[in-house]
Design a protein around this ligand. Structure first.
Ligand SMILES: C[S@@+](CC[C@H](N)C(=O)[O-])C[C@H]1O[C@@H](n2cnc3c(N)ncnc32)[C@H](O)[C@@H]1O
Length: 221
């Protein structure tokens, strides 16, 4: 297991253009010919989900599909959703190039998404954070309603800026607060993991540093 961050390119820390909608903002982030993430699965997600029996999964804010393609390779019927048409196009192209048929991708604004209840065994969201408007908690709550009894919600998020930066443009996640809000009613949800984990990384100048990830695993009873 490698502990590499999925992000291949450094974040663009220019202030977001307030005249752009979230969809336009993310299209601009994905603009150009090159993928902006590494394409590899997020290592922490692989660690957590590697223990589960495959079934139907949904990845929120899947970007270019690294996690979804990995899930499909592990035997999941894996669905990826993202607001960016460009990112979804790259994910589909990669699935086709690798001959992965059990991964499907849809471009959609999750702010307006209503999942079918009890249709998923796993909902994942890796670094589903934004420097522009994102109704993260509402989206995670609705997504949780898609999870069947025995299924899991797994989120991996930035809990703090990386060690080499004093600022991160996106909203940072307090994993315990999020666990309290999402594991409701408690009779329906067990909190299996709600903790911060340090992950070694390399900073933009090549010097070693680390990320602080917020890891949340809920199981529907
Ligand atoms: C920081 S990226 C993470 C991408 C990927 N999960 C990863 O780990 O590399 C956040 C993703 O959320 C997506 N996103 C932001 N707002 C969204 C929304 N309202 N609906 C769907 N996707 C959204 C962005 O397009 C972007 O791909």
């Amino acid at each position: 297991m490698t502990h590499e961050h999925q992000h291949a390119a450094p974040h663009d820390h220019a202030a977001p253009d307030p005249s752009l909608s979230p969809a336009q903002h993310w299209e601009q982030r994905y603009a150009g010919d090159e993928r902006i993430w590494s394409g590899r699965v997020n290592a922490t997600l692989a660690e957590v989900v590697g223990e589960f029996e495959p079934g139907a999964s949904i990845d929120l804010g899947c970007g270019e599909g690294g996690d979804v393609l990995w899930l499909a390779e592990q035997g999941w019927q894996a669905r990826g959703l993202d607001i960016s048409e460009t990112a979804i196009g790259r994910a589909r192209a990669e699935a086709a190039a690798r001959g992965i048929e059990s991964a499907t991708f849809t471009a959609t604004d999750l702010g307006a998404w209503q999942p079918e209840p009890d249709t998923a065994d796993l909902v994942t969201a890796s670094f589903f954070q934004s420097e522009v408007a994102l109704e993260r908690m509402e989206i995670l709550r609705r997504a949780a309603s898609a999870i069947r009894p025995g299924g899991h919600l797994v989120t991996i998020s930035h809990a703090a800026p990386p060690s080499w930066a004093d600022h991160h443009p996106a909203h940072m996640i307090d994993v315990r607060a999020e666990a309290e809000q999402l594991a409701q009613p408690a009779v329906d949800w067990a909190v299996e993991v709600a903790e911060e984990r340090r992950r070694p990384a390399v900073g933009p100048d090549g010097a070693p540093g680390e990320h602080l990830d917020a890891v949340l695993v809920l199981r529907r009873r």
